[in-house]
Write a protein that binds this ligand. Sequence first.
Ligand code: Q9C
Ligand code: ZN
Length: 674
Amino acid sequence: MVSGTALVYDDEMTSHKLLWEDPICAIEIPERLSSCFNNLQRYSLVERCLAVPVREGTEDEITLVHSLNYLEVVKNTQNMDEEELHKVSTNYDAVFFHPTTYHCAKLAVGATLQLVDAVMSGTTCNGMALVRPPGHHSQKNAANGFCVFNNVAIAAKYAQRKYGVQRVLIVDWDVHHGQGIQYIFEEDPSVLYFSWHRFEHQRYWPSLRESNYDAVGRGKGMGFNINVPWNKIGMKNSDYLAVFLHVLLPVAFEFDPELVLVSAGYDSGIGDPEGQMSATPECFAHLTHFLMHLAKGKLCVVLEGGYHLRSLSESVCMTIKTLLGDPLPPLSGEMKPCFSAIESMHNVRAAHQSYWKCLSYEDLTPLKNLSTKLCQLEQVQTGVPLVDPQEAGKANNDEATKTDTFLELHMKDILSLEPPARTSVAVAESNVDLDNGDIDELNAIVREFAGGFVKEEKDLNALRNMLAILEKIVKKKVTSGLVVSRETSVSSALALKYCHNQRLQKVLCIFIGEMDMNIDLDDGKVLLINICGKQSEQANTKYNISLNWKEDAEGNTFSSVLFGFILPVVYSYQPDLMVLVVGSNQTFGTNGILLLISLLHGLAQSRIFALIQDTEVQLLEDISKLLMGDISPCFGTYTPASQEKIQMIKKLREQLQQEWEMLQCSVKVPVTEK
Ligand code: Q9C
Ligand code: ZN
């Protein structure tokens, strides 16, 4: 298995800078790069990465995307004086040139390609390139929005040429629309481009008609361009998460890329003066974690925007920590997407429904009219206040300082929660080292709650040992544990009783297989999700959900139920501990279980207690490797789920979306609107 994370950085790229006064370009400063690197050093992350040197991109590489003519224009800026540089800059929108710009832009391209080489050659599994100038706005014949050469677009073409990669996914989480990337791959079905961006009904820069959700690609490329417009500022962690779960991830799993590139702008993070959004640094850990499950983990993250230095550098650190495999801090904030985000998701899902099987059975009425109406309403209600620019500047500064203070505390908060160890323990019915006192105490618990089951000494020992492992997780001595059980129904009921006794606030129990367990824990302290091949007679309730899911023999259909139902519910619940039970006659399949466990690592600080029925031991090795972080998971080829299955997910979502609000992804159109 390929492991390791590459870090491509060189402070030479800090020499490119603005030489004259220009309030628009003033935010793209060299410190953007150095503050990221300094923060990585402060967290001791630099030494954990493989340092990959930068190089200059060659003319052949640059012309994979740009015209020779444009290349010459940029090359000629090398020997210009300030006046000439200023003049060339004004030929473009929001761009500045410096005598070293050409050199730095070539380094930014070369750094990105060095990262692609490290990942594609198998030297490392993933990595990040910290580069300036950024790339995603630049076009065949033009610089734009601080961007000179389109680093990520060049990287996609390069990977296709050099390594024969068939399908590349580009995820652009920068707060601006990477229209440059869209134009380059618009007609190309081999590159799927996803971008979310501040749009405000086309009032926000670059104010293009083609940034809206209905720009789905052209010709052969139809369906391979996904735009998610944000029509409001202040989008939060839950809005970003919802778009990943309900739009990007289902489509990305269906697309099945061989390489994932991220246009990683952090101006979509909290405190950014351009983006005005509210996503906190750990949100980028979760986004990164999801993407690590595609393309056998081959993930290249490339810096684009990000103008609040503290927010930018903390978010970059969270991204790299995640690439390195560290446990994720829990996602903070209320887990409920806002109405405007739901509306955008609805529109994107409707626009793409004829191109992607994972969306095809949803009944989504396009919301065009509703959207315009709401937009007009908003204008009347709030209007656009006129402010004196000097006052606005001061207000911005206050905002930035407030975010600094907030982040200082926030990072301490979320990182103090980090589990002490990530090692897991695996036991069959063997012994766990225990003091005599502990033995007696645990034996008493077993006798109290599972006395009826204990026939011999052997039964008592097995259950007590199981509790001993669970106790280690609850007391935070280990992150996760694995136990083989002779009777998962008994062991899991006992485990849940133990958690209840320990006053754990929220325990998620996912039971896969035939469950004959009758526990009455409907008080919110346990959320039970049973995945089995049989229809349950009981109706679903908020805390007791039964899913009748039989996985196909070949291929995977489980990603649809994971993203469309299980993860939204689980993220809404925000458990403190997860108990995963694999009982007998499970119908979710090995790959389904592995993907589920791997995705659950994003929750409850990775605290997973896995219980496996002794008839399912062929799973044992895979699950224990996964818990130890020893395998990069491979989940089999995507097979579209049947209409029946999609209908089932839809029904469940309708049933439970008031209770579990991360399930919300479409707007119910009133009958009169149709
Ligand atoms: N009133 C990147 O984040 N703003 N570029 C122009 C005009 C330009 C952003 C505002 C923002 C460019 C890579
Ligand atoms: Zn940006």
